[in-house]
Design a protein around this ligand. Structure first.
Ligand code: PAN
Ligand code: ZN
Length: 198
């Protein structure tokens, strides 16, 4: 059984990485099928070298109400077509649960939306604290040229992850590079909630 005693861990100021964790995983491009608009660019990159888009370091805690799950995510710099590397993104299965993010390194954005189709995008720079209220799906995007985007996250133990809704059509907004600048544009595949099931 997990010991229930207080503990600390350190995040290196130099690397932005924790010095201890229980679970580490990598997410590669092939597990993001349907998420990037430029499917030809995506298939070509998968065939060539199957890049890692992001890594997650998690501290293990019981997945129950009252606990706070926490860890560090590292999103690599890069693009698929003109879309920046990003996380899959999800709603919490328990929709009424929030999350706090703290940007340790890099630059980027959090793209968010509610089940009703409201959207919001916030910027990340080192030191930014982001509060994601209950009900908002969230996806981290690295808009940096060659630096990792490193984020500390904390969320309720019973939140759970619902990836399915986002897998169907992605988020309402895409973050792309156009004429050398970061732009937030409409996702052409996105359908408003009222029209989704008609
Ligand atoms: C984070 C995310 C992490 C990876 O821990 O799970 O950044 O993103 P995806 O889960 O969308 O692949 C979190 O938001 N937990 O709830
Ligand atoms: Zn979350």
């Amino acid at each position: 059984m997990m010991k229930d005693i207080p503990y600390t861990f350190n995040i290196s100021a130099a690397t932005g990485l924790p010095d201890s964790w229980d679970r580490h995983y990598e997410r590669r491009l092939s597990s993001m099928k349907g998420q990037f608009e430029d499917t030809a660019a995506m298939e070509a990159m998968i065939a060539e070298n199957e890049p890692v888009l992001y890594e997650v370091y998690e501290l293990k805690r019981p997945e129950v109400a009252g606990e706070l799950l926490h860890g560090v995510s590292v999103i690599r710099p890069g693009q698929v077509g003109n879309e920046y590397f990003m996380t899959k993104g999800h709603f919490h299965s328990l929709l009424e649960t929030a999350e706090v993010y703290y940007c340790l390194q890099g630059e980027g954005m959090m793209v968010m939306e509610t089940p009703e189709g409201d959207w919001n995008v916030q910027l990340f720079a080192p030191g930014t604290v982001l509060y994601v209220p209950p009900r908002w799906a969230h996806r981290s995007v690295n808009t940096g040229k060659d630096e990792d985007l490193i984020l500390l996250f904390v969320y309720p133990g019973d939140a759970g992850h619902d990836y399915g809704t986002i897998e169907i059509q992605g988020f309402r907004k895409l973050v792309i590079e156009k004429d050398g600048e970061v732009k937030i544009v409409d996702n052409p595949r996105w359908v408003s909630p009222e029209r989704r099931f008609v």
